[in-house]
Design a protein around this ligand. Sequence first.
Ligand SMILES: Nc1ncnc2c1ncn2[C@@H]1O[C@H](COP(=O)(O)OP(=O)(O)OP(=O)(O)O)[C@@H](O)[C@H]1O
Length: 392
Amino acid sequence: MENVLIIRYGEIMLKGDNKSFFEAKLTKHIRGAVKDLGDVKVYKMHSRVYIDVEDFNADEIIERVKKVFGVVCISPAVRFPVDFDVIKETALNQIKEEMAQRGVKTFKVESKRVDKKFPLKSPEMSREIGGYILENTEGLEVDVHNPEVRVYVEVRECSFVFTKKVYGFGGLPLGTNGKALLLLSGGIDSPVAGWLVAKRGVEIHGMHFHSYPFTSERAKEKVVDLAKILTTYCGRIKLYSVNLLAIQKEINEKCPEEEMTILSRRFMMKIAERVANKIGCDALVTGESIGQVASQTVKGLHVTNAAVELPVFRPLIAMDKVDIMDLARKIDTYETSILPFEDCCTVFLPKRPVTQPRLEKILRSEALLDVEGLIESAIGDMEVERISLDDE
Ligand SMILES: Nc1ncnc2c1ncn2[C@@H]1O[C@H](COP(=O)(O)OP(=O)(O)OP(=O)(O)O)[C@@H](O)[C@H]1O
């Protein structure tokens, strides 16, 4: 009898001829996530990935594998050659363990017969195993609708018995859908936006704008911390830091005060696009959401968008703030995002930012600036940091 983790994936199954490419990537990422935990054997077999584990105490492995995009759910299971008597006994033992640990009183057996040569059909298996459990326990009842514990039995090339399903985030394996550059502020939204795009298999890198020395070192470190949290899902991220201060000063001097935010945002987009093109990213990602702040009106988004040609992915565009916050908590970025450090956008915060900008007017203001020179100089001073899971 062996202890294994069964790792299931969802959407990859629909990939037709490309399925094996996606499976290979997923297996590689799962291996990468656990490689420093010792000699952990990870392998793919019959449209699932398995990990051999010493015992059921595989919490750390499960915690990490759960974060690998593409993983739908994980079950710690026992595997053994197909033998119905052993199946019944193992199911009984697992229920007894649940009774001892959690005091469960109701259960249901869910069986699956994949090997059609096995003589009992799935419902017959469930009935017999359920009957055997009832005969050999006291105070336990079957509840088919809302059981406290489900005992899963599978008859495939081997038998599997388990009681737990730990859910991952689904999505597609990282690196199966190209590369994008995330505009990563220290706020709540952009880390969530990057996470959502990465979940679709896109390798992401980050670009942060600061106004040092008006913004502090600690504010920059906060963004590095956020990028580190993202690497627990994405493995590694290159973080590009750009000082926007010279640009902001120039806008402040030459353009109408109320256009500061929208003009700065257009510079951010242009700089990000320039760097994205250099490093092979085919899209930008932002945490913008309609109506959330003054610059995120539909007109504001239009004017921001018009600064670049690359596609801009805004996965939060129609989400409410509370839902974004919930997701931030789920992916562990929230607590870091709410730390009170200043952002470059607050350095020259206009009293009444324009909320309904007209593109022609913004372009006229922009023409007062040496856009090209300012961009080149900001990129020239850019810093790059390679952040990876192994950094600690
Ligand atoms: N300093 C920055 N560095 C990098 N990107 C930024 C910066 N400030 C804003 N952005 C990008 O522009 C988007 C909109 O920023 P804005 O400040 O208008 O909204 P927000 O709701 O506060 O966003 P966030 O919560 O992500 O900071 C951000 O989600 C981010 O993608």
